[in-house]
Design a protein around this ligand. Structure first.
Ligand code: 13P
Length: 252
């Protein structure tokens, strides 16, 4: 059985006090409800990590960052290394989010470098992929995702890939209220799993967790998560409210 995961990507929201409050309320909820099926990951801004880490005591509740540097240390003003993230107590880092690709011009080569470095530091990686609207309309979505994964991820050895979660986030569905239909999500997730199978083997493909992201909310999570190749979600807006976020976790 592969892991089911619901990860909240807080993006650049919540000041430190608000973030700690949200993390506390989510932790309290899962302390009282230890039977949640899915693993839960809170991906907070960097400055929240050290403050949130000691709060997360509930079973299957983990912490992640949203980016990391591509170099291990040194004169890189303003950057945060994977080792620094790991030292806060965090276990995960999101890499390749479309907002990083678009606004900070991160390409597959730099994302591959970051992924290798993060894994070497002992972090697990949530690696994002997904096409923009024009690419889907042109029927290029499979090719786009294939290139992102081939160049960004498939240089890893099978052993290393076990520490990676793939998140399919169609860019046209992020923050737009437009969700991929459960069928569209399933179709792409199956395609991604088949790519992993071709590149590695069936065991690796069957073991890898693939999340859906893009306007996932309590009202649509159950249907999306019910698809056989969808193993959970990467949640943006709805991760900022405890009630919505835990309702999505409970959708399993
Ligand atoms: P929304 O859930 O706000 O669409 O964001 C999805 C996302 O980008 C998660 O990484």
């Amino acid at each position: 059985m592969r892991k089911q995961i619901v990860a909240g990507n807080w993006k650049m929201n919540k000041n430190l006090q608000e973030g700690i409050e949200l993390a506390k309320s989510i932790n309290d909820y899962f302390m009282e409800k230890p039977a949640a099926k899915a693993e839960v990951i809170l991906c907070t801004p960097f400055i929240h990590l050290a403050g949130v880490a000691p709060i997360l005591k509930a079973n299957k509740l983990f912490l992640g960052a949203q980016n990391c540097a591509s170099e291990p240390s040194g004169a890189y003003t303003g950057e945060i290394s994977p080792d620094m993230i790991k030292s806060t107590g965090a276990q995960y880092v999101i890499l390749g989010h479309s907002e990083r690709r678009t606004y900070y011009l991160e390409d597959n080569a730099i994302l591959n470098k970051k992924t290798v470095l993060a894994l070497n530091s002992g972090l697990n990686v949530i690696f994002c992929c997904g096409e923009v609207k024009e690419e889907r309309e042109a029927g290029k979505h499979f090719d786009v995702v294939k290139t992102q994964l081939k160049e960004g991820l498939f240089t890893l050895k099978a052993e290393e890939l076990k520490k990676v979660v793939i998140a399919y986030e169609p860019v046209w569905a992020i923050g737009t209220g437009l969700t991929a239909s459960p069928e569209q999500a399933q179709e792409m997730h199956k395609y991604i799993r088949d790519l992993v199978k071709t590149q590695y083997c069936e065991t690796v493909a069957n073991g890898i967790t693939i999340l859906y992201g893009g306007s996932c909310k309590p009202s649509n999570a159950r249907e999306i998560f019910s698809k056989p190749d969808v193993d959970g979600g990467l949640i943006g807006g709805a991760a900022l409210k405890k009630e919505d976020f835990v309702a999505i976790v409970e959708a399993f």
